[in-house]
Design a protein around this ligand. Structure first.
Ligand code: BGC
Length: 757
């Protein structure tokens, strides 16, 4: 206790001693400098060491050697941060070990994967991006921060901003999809939601930009696989969201598991030291991914753990998550003269500053507050926000003959499918403290929404998987048992409309959930075909965390609603859309392929030398599949319709100082009030380095009542036309440009202009 008092006293002393002119940063620097002056090398290295709790693990289990020593290490100041400790009680107890026993009483920093909610689950991030409403992502991050902070956790390993183009990769669910511009905007919104302007507030937490960098580009979409990409893709596609959040003040970065052009990201000096810390002048710290320092040697880029530690610290990785490489080897490496002690000082200083900003030196227990935890976690207010975010994240993919919205007075409705009554799958993967089976199921949502006179005929039809399911378990799909088909067919025969809930188990997506086949698993398609024979009126509600290949459903279902994994309020939010209380306005931010062979497929691709069909076979195509997506980037329908007037541009020739103004009228021509996401893309058809056929540069979500029209205006500056050379130089080139405006990346109008010097 004495140590804590001394530490608190010096922190308070600093707070009072500083003159008014001194800003917060100065105070923080001074405090950390003074603390560092008292620290031994071993204590500084301790700050760089992050260990998992033993009761919850999000990666491979550490060896027993480290498990046994953990408590003693905390008491001896050899651990600076822990992950997977959560809850006011557990965090308080763990904090007490550090604060009351270690020589200087430096508080621990608790980190946790709070990816789309702490206990109140929001839709998965990929879904949220489909809302095209960054403010919504900010809102869900704010609610999440409030719950997380009240449970003693200081730091989330989110947002994930890997631009994902490959549906085979299970982690596309955690990101924003295939566009770097959209990912930048959403990631900044999330960081602002988590952190707000002051980390020390009791409803904010530190955020973490991950995974730096290239992780989503693993060959064949197999998780942890090699990444070999050109620097052109790195600078233009992968890095922009990271640069945007660095500028927005994200507290930390996490590096990644993958090799990138032969060097593990964790050992990559160019990324972490040159670019992030030097060029971008980033002041936060970098944490490794789980055991990614150790894996440097498994990749074959270091002889052993010691060399891996050497490479990682030199490359700019400040904190070691679960490799135990820093505590084991850094001191020795310094004594041998291989590592400059200044690198340790710099890393420790960066970490301590975040602890300071969180207010942990004033009160290390401030976040571990049982009363706040009870009041703020999973309360009705948060669930109401989750419902709003969920319904606004859904994408209507098909609506033949305006089958949707359904009337609540409908006489009979069949609710069929393995996901229809499921209360667990809608919660999604990376679900932090969500309680198992706590989501409102689709069936429950429908039952509440319809009139008491409506007959709801439920039948599961088939199982999706059999046996154990969970974060750490491989799934087994049900392939044989069709015993529930007859009941489902009967339910469909006895109903006016069938709602079929199909898609993925939530444990099909997330980490280590890559697939070579992205069609519906198990017997779902067979069930669909069987139902189709007896009832034409099928509305498919999809729940999934990646694009799935559904050409059969696209062909034969009358309506398809992509609900993703909508979170705690799933069934209520889906019912809001199905029965027209909310008119869907989401648009895809990741292309849906026709088949897995098209992957990776993305709208912002380069042209080829042979893009169009000539007189023979020698053009860039598949012989057994179209090139185009089944549903392209930016696609999504509404219950109403919108008419775009012709697009005009304020001039034909612009200088670099001019503002480029694009305008057109938009009219709601349908029968419902609704919202439309209007999208603006550019193309530089001839550049020094060839540019993509289209690049999203602006969008707006416009609400129009039925019959209403509005003049829409976009303003671009010449910097919106720029791009990075393969060397990372930002270029704005004069010459001709095309602008495309429309309802999705394919249905667009074109105007052009010239940028003159
Ligand atoms: C994941 C990270 C996560 C970390 C801690 C790793 O396996 O790649 O995204 O933050 O575990 O749970």
């Amino acid at each position: 206790m004495r140590k804590l008092t001394i530490l608190l006293a010096s922190c308070l002393l600093f707070t009072f001693a500083c003159t008014k002119q001194e800003n917060k940063t100065d105070k923080c620097d001074q405090f950390v400098d003074q603390l560092m002056a008292k620290m031994t090398l071993e204590e500084k290295i301790g700050q760089l060491n992050q260990c998992t709790s033993r009761w919850e693990m999000t990666g491979p289990a550490p060896s027993s050697e480290y498990s046994q020593n953990l408590l003693e290490d905390i008491k001896n100041g050899k651990v600076g941060s822990m992950l997977n400790v959560n809850g006011a009680k557990a965090t308080r107890e763990a904090q007490k070990l550090a604060v009351e026993n270690s020589r200087l009483g430096i508080p621990l920093l608790f980190g946790y994967d709070v990816i789309h909610g702490y206990k109140t689950m929001f839709p998965i991030p990929l879904a949220e991006a489909s809302s095209w409403e960054p403010e919504l992502a900010k809102l869900s991050a704010q609610v999440t921060a409030k719950e997380t902070a009240a449970s003693g956790v200081h730091w989330t390993f989110a947002p994930m901003m890997d631009v994902g183009r490959d549906a085979r990769w299970g982690r596309v669910m955690e990101g924003c999809g295939e566009d770097p511009y959209l990912a930048s905007i959403f990631s900044v919104a999330r960081v602002n939601g988590f952190q707000d302007s002051d980390l020390s507030k009791d409803n904010t937490i530190a955020a973490c930009a991950k995974h730096f960098a290239g992780y989503a580009f693993s060959e064949s979409g197999r998780d942890y696989n090699t990444v070999d990409i050109g620097s052109y893709t790195l600078h233009n596609i992968i890095l922009p969201p990271f640069k945007a959040v660095a500028k927005a003040g994200v507290a930390s970065f996490m590096n990644s598991f993958n090799l990138i052009n032969g060097t593990p990201s964790t050992a990559n000096s160019y990324l972490q030291r040159e670019l992030l810390k030097k060029e971008w002048n980033y002041k936060g710290f970098v944490v490794s991914d789980w055991a990614s320092i150790k894996e440097i040697s498994t990749h074959g880029a270091a002889e052993n753990l010691k060399e891996a530690a050497l490479l990682a610290i030199k490359a700019g990785c400040d904190m070691d998550m679960e490799s135990h490489a820093y505590p084991k080897h850094l001191e020795e490496l310094i004594l041998e003269g291989k590592v400059d002690e200044q690198l340790i000082d710099d890393a420790a200083r960066r970490i301590l500053k975040i602890k300071y900003k969180l207010g942990l030196f004033i009160d290390p227990y401030k976040y571990s507050n049982k009363k706040r935890e009870k009041e703020l976690v999973y309360n009705e207010e948060n669930k109401a926000v989750a419902r709003t975010v969920a319904k606004r994240s859904m994408v209507l993919l098909k609506n033949k003959d305006q089958l949707l919205p359904l009337s609540k007075e409908i006489k009979s409705i069949a609710v069929i499918g393995p996901l229809a009554a499921d209360k667990d799958i809608p919660l999604g993967s990376w679900r932090a403290k969500a309680m198992e089976n706590s989501a409102v199921s689709l069936l429950e949502g429908i039952q509440v929404a319809v009139s008491p006179k409506t007959k709801v005929n439920y039948s599961k039809g088939c199982n999706l998987s059999i046996g154990k399911r969970g974060f750490r378990t491989e799934l087994t799909y049900e392939e044989n048992n069709k015993s529930e088909f007859p009941a489902a067919i009967k339910a469909a025969q006895n109903s006016e409309v069938v709602i079929m809930a199909l898609g993925e188990d939530c444990w099909q997506t997330g980490e280590a959930r890559s697939q070579t086949d992205i069609r519906l698993k198990g017997q779902q398609l067979e069930l669909f075909e069987a139902i189709k024979k007896v009832n034409e009126n099928i509305v498919v509600v999809l729940m999934n965390g990646r694009p799935i290949a559904i050409p059969e459903l696209a062909e034969s279902a009358n309506a398809i609603l992509e609900s993703w994994f909508p979170g705690s309020e799933a069934g209520n939010a889906i019912a809001d859309v199905l029965f027209g209380d909310y008119n869907p306005a989401g648009k895809l931010t990741i292309s849906f392929p026709q088949n897995v062979g098209q992957c990776p497929i993305y709208y912002n691709h380069m042209n080829t030398g042979r893009p169009t069909k000539g007189g023979n076979v020698f053009w860039s195509h598949f012989t057994d599949s179209p090139n185009t997506a089944l549903y392209p980037f930016g696609y999504g329908l509404s219950y109403t319709s919108f008419e775009y007037g012709s697009v005009s541009i304020n001039k034909n020739n612009f200088t670099k100082k001019d503002s480029i103004e694009v305008s057109f009228s938009l009219k709601n021509t349908g029968e419902y009030d609704g919202e439309e996401v209007v999208q603006l893309y550019i193309q530089d058809p001839k550049a020094k380095y060839a540019r993509p056929i289209k690049e999203l540069k602006a969008f707006q979500k416009i609400k129009l009542n039925k019959g209403q029209s509005e003049q829409i205006r976009f303003q671009l500056s010449s910097s919106d036309l720029g791009y990075y050379s393969p060397d990372g130089e930002f270029l704005i080139e004069s010459g001709a440009y095309n602008i495309y405006v429309g309802t999705n990346s394919q249905e667009v109008q074109k105007v052009n202009f010239t940028l003159i010097n």
